[in-house]
Design a protein around this ligand. Structure first.
Ligand SMILES: NC(=O)c1ccc[n+]([C@@H]2O[C@H](COP(=O)([O-])OP(=O)(O)OC[C@H]3O[C@@H](n4cnc5c(N)ncnc54)[C@H](OP(=O)(O)O)[C@@H]3O)[C@@H](O)[C@H]2O)c1
Length: 266
């Protein structure tokens, strides 16, 4: 039974204004990673007000704005490795990554790790002089080794299907390579799998002040078939009860109305 007794804080307009700062010191403090052992995974996504994960060009950039970009750069500056699904790398044209040059720590390399079942590394990444790390299963590893040097292929096959990727093992392998701080930039298929395996510590979500109508996926893709062994259930019904999320902060861009939230899932 619900009751109407939850206190509410009015966050917007908030009590603190963040002036423009080329070094983004205050934003970096706000998004500082929570200290802990082992891999820490932060996902960063943008969504329209009506829940769309991309715009008419099938890219997320067309629903993001300058406010989103400001936080996007700070999160990249804080990460050891950016993790993306192969679909995002293909649609968004990912190439080897550099940290934002004007933010602290810019001289540290920023690794890109690609998750792919097929092992098909997008050509622009395979051809580049800094190929990504490729997290994949057995069959995918054979394909990926034809596209990138073998030491960039991390075969982390799942126990129940050797061609599937064991994402938890993939994160452990990244941590073993000195890359414990993971920033997952997409896409919806990868985020769905990461959440299903309870691997995401926090979710940064920009709500973009626009609607795109039906068509695009949400930031968490629907599973077309459900998990192996799962009982069939009516379409549109979640497999599990809601996961609680705790708001760490909410930023508001007064010009555009864009909202930027940091949600902690632990
Ligand atoms: N709104 C946002 O913040 C945001 C962020 C990122 C992307 N996007 C948009 O999302 C769209 C792409 O969506 P998407 O769901 O296709 O992206 P995605 O998750 O990046 O790509 C899906 C592909 O990645 C690989 N993959 C993902 N999860 C996997 C897993 N658990 N195991 C093995 N392989 C896995 C597979 O690649 P293989 O086919 O090679 O096996 C799969 O086909 C684009 O339009 C992009 O612009 C939006």
């Amino acid at each position: 039974m619900r009751s109407a007794t939850t206190p509410l804080d009015l966050l917007v307009p908030g009590p603190e204004h963040l002036p423009l700062d080329p070094a983004e010191r205050r934003l970096a403090e706000l998004y500082a990673a929570s200290p802990g052992d082992g891999p820490s995974v932060r996902a960063n996504f943008v969504s329209t007000v009506d829940g769309g994960a991309w715009g008419p060009d099938h890219r997320s950039g067309s629903i993001g704005d300058d406010a989103d970009w400001r936080v996007f750069r700070v999160l990249r500056a804080a990460a050891d490795v950016v993790l993306v699904g192969a679909g995002t790398a293909r649609h968004e044209g990912y190439t080897a990554l550099d940290r934002p040059r004007d933010l602290p720590g810019a001289d540290r390399p920023l690794e890109l790790a690609l998750v792919t079942r097929s092992g098909r590394v997008p050509q622009q990444l395979a051809d580049g002089d800094r190929p990504p790390l490729v997290l994949t299963g057995e069959a995918g590893a054979a394909t990926a080794r034809r596209m990138v040097p073998a030491d960039r292929v991390v075969a982390v096959a799942s126990a129940h299907d050797p061609d599937e990727v064991d994402l938890r093992a993939g994160l452990a392998a990244l941590a073993e390579r000195g890359l414990p701080g993971v920033l997952c930039e997409g896409g919806p298929t990868l985020l769905a799998a990461m959440l299903a395996d309870d691997l995401v510590d926090e979710l940064c979500v920009t709500t973009s002040p626009c609607l795109v109508g039906p068509g695009p996926s949400r930031i968490v893709a629907a599973s077309p078939a459900g998990a192996p062994g799962e009982e069939p259930r009516p379409a549109g019904i979640p497999a599990s009860p809601p996961t609680p999320a705790r708001l760490a902060h909410l930023l508001h861009a007064p010009g555009s109305g864009t909202l930027l939230a940091r949600w902690l899932l632990r």
